[in-house]
Design a protein around this ligand. Structure first.
Ligand SMILES: NC(=O)c1ccc[n+]([C@@H]2O[C@H](COP(=O)([O-])OP(=O)(O)OC[C@H]3O[C@@H](n4cnc5c(N)ncnc54)[C@H](OP(=O)(O)O)[C@@H]3O)[C@@H](O)[C@H]2O)c1
Length: 359
């Protein structure tokens, strides 16, 4: 079987490098084009400042970086593009490709909240992919898939099984986000070593609002957002990869809550990507650690090839007859929170097509 010919848009950046790494040896996707801006015209192997573990896959080193233009990509037979473009330029470039018949799976924030754009976090809301049926009304020949903000992807994967099992009244979350979340040239060492930045622009809005769409229900082909009350504080810490989040959840008050039951609910959680055996799906999306000093970014971020989240410090508090669950959760921001999530989103889309659920 011929592989699907794909491009990585913004392939020299941190998320772009993850795409190149994760798509190495993919069973049915082959990267044949890489786009950039300052690096356009150069060999990928020379232009990229490779910053992630392992070597640049050999097939990528000789690819000449192009501009993300439909004609250029179509000459290479590209049908599918994974976007790691900065949000400031993504809208025009991605829509232009989709209008020209290319399927785009994107990390960038523009259009994430549009009603006809699936905001996919594989295990949480795979069924939202059918929203793409509405996109033809825009005159698009291709389709646009989005994946969530990185902290939101990690948080909603944790919330979903708890929501289904117990119901959730309220969520308070404080993030401790890695430097790589700000991109390759985002934050100089002078700002980050021996320091913590207690603010990340636009991040709290994304966590509080994207979660409502992702956890929403599909009803008659439309998403009904979940009116979940989430309050967040987002901070940047001197960790290279892996976002940690300290989460307090007020559980709905209609259950006896037992910590062993919570552990079982989380660690047994599986969904469509596991059932369909999708190539990028981790065997266990949620791994619960019982040691008091886990999860830790250096030890746990590559769990499930970076696609699992790791949960620890679970504790139930009874406060004035309210029941709160405390947890510390960790996920890999450029894998689960970015490139891996986008590849999984495309795998879901393809599986739905193969199953005849979208045309
Ligand atoms: N980092 C994360 O943890 C994370 C997580 C979730 C989502 N995201 C999102 O993913 C996207 C990429 O993030 P990143 O951290 O990988 O960024 P980055 O490291 O700054 O990389 C940006 C890439 O975009 C290219 N580029 C810049 N300006 C361009 C233009 N005008 N036209 C075409 N290409 C252009 C750059 O190419 P040249 O090098 O050739 O200039 C580079 O390859 C962003 O939208 C970000 O918000 C990031």
């Amino acid at each position: 079987m011929d592989k699907i010919r794909a491009a990585v848009l913004g392939g020299t950046g941190l998320v772009g490098q993850r795409f190149i790494q994760l798509l190495d040896n993919h069973p049915y996707i082959e990267v044949v084009a890489i786009t950039g801006f300052n690096s356009a015209g150069s060999r990928y192997g020379e232009a990229v400042s490779w910053t992630i573990e392992g070597d640049i896959p050999s097939w990528a080193t000789d690819i000449i970086i192009t501009r993300p233009e439909p004609d250029v990509l179509k000459k290479e037979g590209v049908e599918l593009a994974f976007s790691a473009l900065p949000s400031s330029v993504a809208l025009d470039i991605e829509v232009n490709l989709v209008k020209n018949g290319i399927i785009v799976a994107s990390n960038a924030s523009p259009l994430r909240m549009e009603p006809d754009i699936p905001l996919l976090n594989g295990e949480v809301n795979h069924d939202h992919v059918v929203l793409v049926r509405e996109q033809a009304k825009r005159g698009w020949k291709g389709v646009l898939l989005k994946n969530p903000n990185c902290s939101t992807a990690i948080l909603t994967l944790f919330l979903k099984p708890l929501l289904d099992a117990y119901g959730i009244d309220k969520v308070l979350v404080t993030t401790l986000q890695a430097i790589s979340g700000a991109g390759l040239r985002g934050l100089p060492a002078m700002f980050m070593v021996d320091n913590l930045i207690p603010y990340i622009a636009k991040e709290e809005w994304k966590i509080e609002n994207e979660s409502k769409k992702i956890l929403g229900k599909l009803n008659n082909g439309k998403i009904e957002n979940l009116e979940i009350d989430i309050t967040s504080t987002t901070t940047r810490v001197p960790v290279i990869d892996g976002h940690t989040e300290v989460v307090y959840i007020k559980l709905a008050n209609n259950h006896d809550h037992d910590i062993d039951d919570v552990v079982d609910t989380l660690s047994s959680y599986k969904s469509f990507p596991q059932e369909a055996n999708l190539p990028t799906a981790p065997e266990a999306p949620i791994i619960v650690r019982k040691e008091e000093d886990r999860p830790q970014p250096r030890l746990d971020r590559l769990a499930g090839n970076g696609m699992s989240i790791v949960v620890g410090r679970l504790k139930i508090y009874n406060k004035n007859s309210d029941i709160w669950l405390r947890a510390v959760i960790l996920g890999h921001n450029t894998i689960r929170g970015a490139a891996g999530a986008a590849i999984l989103a495309y795998e879901i889309y393809k599986k739905y097509i193969d199953m005849g659920l979208i045309g």
